[in-house]
Write a protein that binds this ligand. Sequence first.
Ligand code: ITT
Length: 195
Amino acid sequence: MAEKRRKLVIATGNTGKLREYRELLASAGLELIAFDTEIDEVGETYTENARLKAETAVERSGLPALGDDSGVEVEALEGFPGIRSARLGPTQEERTAELLKRLEGKPRPWNARFVCVLALADPGHPTQFFEGECRGEIVPEWRGEAGFGYDPVFLVPGTGKTFGEMRLEEKRLYSHRARAVRALLESGALGRLSV
Ligand code: ITT
């Protein structure tokens, strides 16, 4: 009989993130289950918010869960929007436009970094954290239709492309999320899940 795959909840309501996790964890041999906790992100750090998402999903599902809190930090805006990246406006288009508006008139390059903190919560075990970053530059023109969020205005140094111009397989070579997932996979934690 085929061995039953272990289940891992991906605690997100963001379809762009979910698509990336399905790709990044494809080789991990797990059954991935999407679950949007819809919690208020009341934490003051990526770590606190990632923990909230993952632990809430564990409480409600009884299964191990991964929470992702991420954002873009722009040097000329002293790290803004950071953990508030999802709250700059009602739609992503308005959020990106708002970010560009705040940068208007500031000298370029608009250096920035994407940050991703992953929390792995497992019933009966302390929650573990993994982090990844990707340095780049915000550009004023929107380029490409791929990805999600601020991808069309985030230029990756040395590639001449924004994340909006990269397919998933290319974005994963550079992305903050891919780096956090690599740290998670290298830790061996997914092989020790309790359920
Ligand atoms: P969940 O909390 O349900 O996971 P969310 O979109 O609210 O979904 P966050 O609170 O972590 O997630 O907000 C992160 C925001 O940062 C996200 O909405 C994007 O606008 C942006 N972001 C994060 N990773 C990104 C990426 O790889 N590419 C583009 N934008 C990204």
